[in-house]
Design a protein around this ligand. Structure first.
Ligand SMILES: [Zn+2]
Length: 241
């Protein structure tokens, strides 16, 4: 299911007012013997989706599938190569803000917009072991790269016995409360203490190439304007178990 991501999307207030959100079970977060493997289609997805959870867990190993070089295809300010370099640096600094300055980041450099799902499945299988957590974008998230990552992670977890936890990103934009395309019955809440909320906010603020306009031209407009960012400033995160 690839859903067009257009317009202002579902207002955060509608999610906040949906009673079901408060009834989802909490995700148990026991001490992990191995860091969770966090799979990011684009630099920033890992922070937006599960940055607070990573701060809570205190460890992470990141797979950066693409460098996000296609975020501004019509930019008059940055080339694709420049954006790739900028966004890698933003991820590095964001992880430091989460208290994870030494978290390994494995850069796979798949083309932004053209992930090789079979190759990604192999790469993830090599890093996953029985019971290890794998945090990946949800298979139904509506963005082709996010869905490819979700499918590859699901296949790799099924093959290795790793534990798949899928995080939605664009679902909050195109879906509405109660939307029957979304597996709400699998939803687990991660309630974030104030320190984790603050760390996540500081981490998100590092993605200036996505939050700020690169320049006045339409092709340089922010990818993550305030109405999108507010969805990731909640005091909790949601994963599909
Ligand atoms: Zn993304």
């Amino acid at each position: 299911m690839v859903t067009p991501i257009v317009g202002a999307g579902t207002a955060e207030a509608r999610w906040r007012d949906w009673p079901a959100v408060t009834t989802w079970p909490s995700l148990a977060t026991p001490p992990l013997t191995t860091p969770p493997l966090v799979v990011a289609p684009h630099p920033d997805d890992e922070i937006l989706g599960v940055g607070g959870l990573l701060a809570l867990l205190g460890r992470a190993e990141v797979v950066a599938v693409t460098d996000g070089e296609a975020s501004h295809p019509d930019s008059t300010v940055h080339t694709r190569a420049e954006l790739a370099t900028i966004r890698q640096g933003e991820t590095r600094r964001a992880l430091a803000r989460l208290g994870l300055p030494a978290a390994p980041v494995h850069r796979l450099a798949h083309p932004d917009g053209g992930i090789d799902e079979a190759a990604l499945t192999v790469a993830l299988r090599q890093r996953l072991t029985p019971g290890r957590w794998c945090l990946a974008t949800w298979r139904g998230d509506g963005h082709p790269d996010h869905e490819a990552v979700g499918r590859a992670a699901a296949a790799a977890c099924a093959a290795t016995g790793a534990r798949l936890l899928e995080y939605p990103i664009w679902t909050w934009h195109w879906a509405a409360p109660g939307d029957d395309r979304v597996p709400w019955q699998r939803a687990r809440r991660v309630d974030l203490p104030a320190a984790a909320q603050h760390a996540k906010a500081a981490a998100i603020a590092e993605f200036t190439s996505q939050i700020d306009d690169l320049g006045p031209a339409p092709g340089d407009a922010a990818i993550l304007p305030p109405h999108v960012l507010t969805r990731f400033a909640r005091p909790f995160e949601v994963v599909f178990a």
